[in-house]
Design a protein around this ligand. Structure first.
Ligand SMILES: [Zn+2]
Length: 423
């Protein structure tokens, strides 16, 4: 139970959010309007919006850029000597909008409809990033003995394509500042779920080459397209790979079932426990009447807990014994998981429970986030943000009230973790 002192302080923090409702909602809208689709990943206008918010509140920070079009912002406050160090991480790049006409509303206007703000990137993850920034701003003003340890804010670029210019760059240039003892990321989860892990990913680029030829002379040689389609079909067989799931994951996903499907779409809880494969890009041939001499295609494998990247690579190497193709790894990340009994997980879960009125399910996510970079280093990483409505698709939106839920959960969790008083 929270001590009475803490209770009063927590109430004061909640009151502050209420007071600032307009400013927080405006910050979300401004950030959505500052377009930052990745690719190309130019986030300068979004970052300017973040800087304006912090400058107006006299919050110091510095920039750590590897690519000037993909800026990263770091701010840190040391409250006391305790070794607890919470890192708040959020990205400001968003998915592109391939066809705005498919939206029922302007994807970059941040308009409000039926009590929700619509726009590309509002769920993934401008609301979550705003929660981190507001949390940092409020907590910083408590540097008067109410908090101990350290709080770091990292607002980054280049996340949607897992490029080298964002969080990965920060681990290169300021690892001590960015590592921390726990991390909170406002990527989409939902009011009823806290994400403690994610499936692994393995992105591969394959190349099939043949001699090509005239399209009428198919007896003369094979087509790279035909060969590639056989390779694709055989790659899919990896989905039947037999593996052992860790018991804590099985327990979490069995319990979460319904809630998980509600948050991530029907079939999501089943998806979380199996290997999936998506062929996202394909490129081949020159003319309709020529045998394609070359076919390249890109494959995105997602690996559940219990499968490792080597298992997938072994499968591919085995295919090379009977098929002719080459490949290279574009990106890889092992499946990762933070144990649910860590102090910071319990804190976030408790606050999420207060907000939703029921304990959240502690689950792995399907997609990858920067949280993996901490978990892969053994640091507990917790994801709590809005539901992923329209994420990566059309009509992405977040109900206005949910914005404040996320801000509340982040702020109270940071306070609880770093508070000097007994919980
Ligand atoms: Zn994201």
């Amino acid at each position: 139970m929270a001590s009475n002192v803490n209770k009063t302080k927590r109430q004061a923090l909640l009151a502050k959010i209420e007071e600032d409702r307009e400013a927080i909602a405006k910050f979300v809208r401004d950030l959505v309007r500052a377009k930052s689709p990745n690719p190309p990943g130019d986030t300068r206008s979004s970052m300017q919006c973040v800087r304006d918010f912090l400058d107006a509140r006299d919050v110091p920070y510095r920039m750590e850029n590897r690519d000037e079009t993909m800026p990263n912002l770091v701010a840190t406050t040391t409250f006391g000597r305790h070794d607890k160090h919470l890192v708040l991480n959020g990205h400001i790049d968003v998915f592109p909008v391939p066809d705005p006409a498919q939206w029922s509303i302007d994807p970059w206007a941040a308009q409000e409809r039926d009590g929700a703000i619509y726009g590309r990137g509002v769920a993934d993850m401008k609301v979550g990033t705003v929660a981190s920034i507001v949390t940092y701003t409020y907590a910083r003003s408590m540097a008067d003995g109410q908090l101990d340890g350290r709080l770091t804010l990292a607002v980054v670029s280049d996340e949607e394509t897992f490029g080298p210019n964002g969080t990965r760059h920060l681990f290169d240039v300021c690892p001590e500042e960015i590592t921390g003892t726990a991390v909170l990321v406002g990527e989409p989860s939902s009011r009823h779920t806290v994400r403690l892990g994610e499936k692994g990913m393995l992105w591969l680029r394959f190349k099939v080459e043949t001699h090509g030829g005239h399209g009428a002379y198919v007896h003369m040689g094979p087509s790279a397209v035909d060969q590639a389609s056989t390779v694709i079909a055989d790659l899919r067989k990896f989905a039947e790979f037999d593996f052992q799931e860790p018991p804590s994951i099985v327990a979490a996903l069995t319990e979460a079932g319904e809630t998980y499907d509600r948050a991530f779409g029907r079939g999501a809880s089943e998806n979380a426990r199996r290997v999936t494969m998506n062929v996202g890009r394909i490129n081949a041939g020159t003319n309709v009447n020529m045998i394609a001499p070359q076919c390249t295609f890109e494959v995105d494998f997602r690996l559940p807990m219990g499968v490792v990247i080597k298992d997938a690579l072994d499968h591919i190497e085995k295919l090379r014994e009977t098929h002719c193709f080459s490949y290279d790894i574009m990106m890889s990340s092992e499946p990762n998981w933070t144990e649910p009994n860590h102090e910071f997980v319990e804190i976030v879960a408790k606050n999420a429970e207060t907000i939703a009125g029921a304990p959240p399910q502690l689950i792995p996510g399907l997609g990858s986030t920067d949280a993996r970079l901490w978990r892969n280093r053994g640091i507990p990483a917790v994801v709590y943000g809005p539901a992923p409505r329209g994420m990566g698709a059309t009509d992405e939106h977040v109900p206005v009230e949910e914005i404040f839920d996320v801000v509340r959960c982040h702020l109270l969790s940071a306070f609880d973790y770093l508070s000097t008083n007994d919980k």
